[in-house]
Design a protein around this ligand. Structure first.
Ligand code: UD1
Length: 432
């Protein structure tokens, strides 16, 4: 089993280049199958979630040409199946975007129900409600674990989402792009990746207005065409490196970002005593002498992202005084706290709130990544801890961070991905 070994205590210093946004790319890849012409997607992150979705797309018959690690050409002309099996869904939950894409294009989709996951139960009732409103017959209770959606015609409608769901907003934009007439979706998610998917669809000939606001209007078109599109930078990867600078007392220039997407993270770090300088497409985070405690609550964009909660709480574990972190999006997102406490943190979780009593320093330990972002948080913990930390179950981290250890090493971190005890010993001898 691969794992990370980290020798902590070094301030990270230097520049890091941020990859394309995983969560945007997942929606973009699904959109790319909605035409029988070729769509080229550039600046893809080379992470396992993306590679799994590309496999799922090839499995339904689309022609996939991986030009290089960061570019793929997809041609949906050769699609010969509208069925996405459970095996695929198990590997990558966002395969459910193929539901919206296939339903929109072929009026027919059969996709395995995703079920819950490490961070919570994650129902998809809002997606289903929207598909039905557009005229699809949706069967999600056939006992076979498949969600079957079919329609003779898809007709635009007015849809009000009960909560600002990223997944439902993207899925319904996909389907409604090829429905007849106008669809209005209200209380939608405003995340940068929602806007990115709308931009790609528009460059394929769709007519979507208002992405990035609370209300999206979609004027259905008959067909979409090929295009070339580049994925936006990853807000969460950028935020993770910003936290790593704060945590280690370092100074990092985080390059290839859209600073406005990072504002809620930037303002928290400033409150915590960091100096953050914004440039056109970069931000520099310089840690303060001490980390000041604070309070935060996760919220839909432009609020503080739930995907940054574990990393920021980890930084706060060594802040002066008490911090409070409230998780309002997912019910099971504090699973890393037990691991952090084993490293000397003093965090108590009550329901959806973590009460953090800042300690002077963390101590190295063997910990296990419970999910993607929590895994990144434990790496940050290892980088600031005294001595050696081993982070196990790094497959979670590899789902969403491209070359995480390489980028950290570029900033001076002592971190190595190892697969056995011999490699671990070698690393320990080398870094002392
Ligand atoms: C996306 C992101 C994920 C991020 C999350 C919140 C992708 C691939 N994943 O996940 O990294 O943590 O947004 O920013 O982009 N909900 C329902 N019914 C629904 C849909 C959602 O009850 O039909 C609930 C969820 O359980 C959750 C909340 O709404 O409590 C937000 O979920 P949603 O925005 O849909 O998250 P995802 O799209 O799954």
């Amino acid at each position: 089993m691969e794992r990370y070994i980290i020798k902590g205590g070094k301030p990270l210093d230097g520049e890091v280049e941020i990859s394309g946004a995983k969560n945007a790319a997942l929606g973009l890849l699904a959109a790319a199958i909605m035409t029988d012409e070729e769509v080229t997607i550039e600046n893809l992150p080379d992470v396992s979630d993306i590679n799994q979705l590309i496999d799922a797309i090839a499995n339904i018959g689309a022609t996939v040409n991986r030009v290089d690690r960061h570019t793929v050409k997809i041609n949906g002309k050769t699609i010969n199946s509208c069925v996405v099996e459970y095996e695929q869904m198990k590997k990558i939950r966002a395969s459910y975007y193929l539901l919206g894409a296939l339903l929109g294009r072929f009026k027919n989709a059969e996709v395995a129900l995703p079920g819950g996951c490490a961070i919570g139960s994650r129902p998809i009732d809002q997606h289903i409600k929207g598909f039905r409103a557009l005229g699809a017959m949706v069967d999600d209770e056939n006992g076979h674990g498949m969600l079957i959606a079919k329609a003779d015609r898809l007709v635009g409608n007015h849809i009000f989402l009960d909560m600002a769901s990223v997944g439902a907003t993207i899925n319904l934009m996909l389907t409604a792009s090829l429905a007849e007439g106008k669809t209005t979706i209200e209380n939608v998610a405003k995340e940068p990746h929602v806007v990115d998917v709308a931009n790609l669809l528009n460059s394929m000939g769709a007519n979507i207005r208002g992405a990035g606001t609370d209300k999206i209007r979609i004027y259905g078109v008959e067909k979409l065409h090929g295009t070339t599109y580049s994925v936006i930078p990853d807000q969460i990867e950028a935020g993770t490196f910003m936290c790593a600078a704060a945590a280690t007392g370092g100074s990092i220039l985080v390059k290839n970002v859209i600073p406005i997407h990072l504002e809620c993270i930037t303002s928290k770090l400033i409150e915590m005593g960091c100096v953050v300088t914004e440039y056109d497409d970069a931000v520099r985070v310089k840690a303060g002498d001490v980390i000041t405690s604070t309070q935060l609550k996760t919220l839909p964009y432009p609020g503080f992202p739930t995907d940054m909660q574990p990393q920021m709480a980890t930084v706060l574990s060594v802040a002066t005084g008490y911090s409070i972190v409230v998780e309002s999006i997912f019910e099971n997102r504090f699973k890393y706290v037990g691991e952090l406490n084993r490293m000397g943190a003093k965090i108590q979780v009550e329901g959806s709130t973590a009460f953090i009593n800042g300690v002077k320093t963390l101590k190295g330990a063997t910990v296990s990544a419970p999910d993607l972002r929590a895994g990144a948080a434990l790496v940050i913990a290892g980088l600031m801890a005294e001595g050696f930390t081993t982070v196990e179950d790094i497959v979670y981290i590899q789902r969403g961070y491209e070359n995480f250890e390489g980028k950290l090493r570029g900033l001076g971190a002592d971190i190595e991905k190892v697969s056995d005890d011999r490699e671990e010993q070698k690393f320990k001898l080398r870094v002392g």
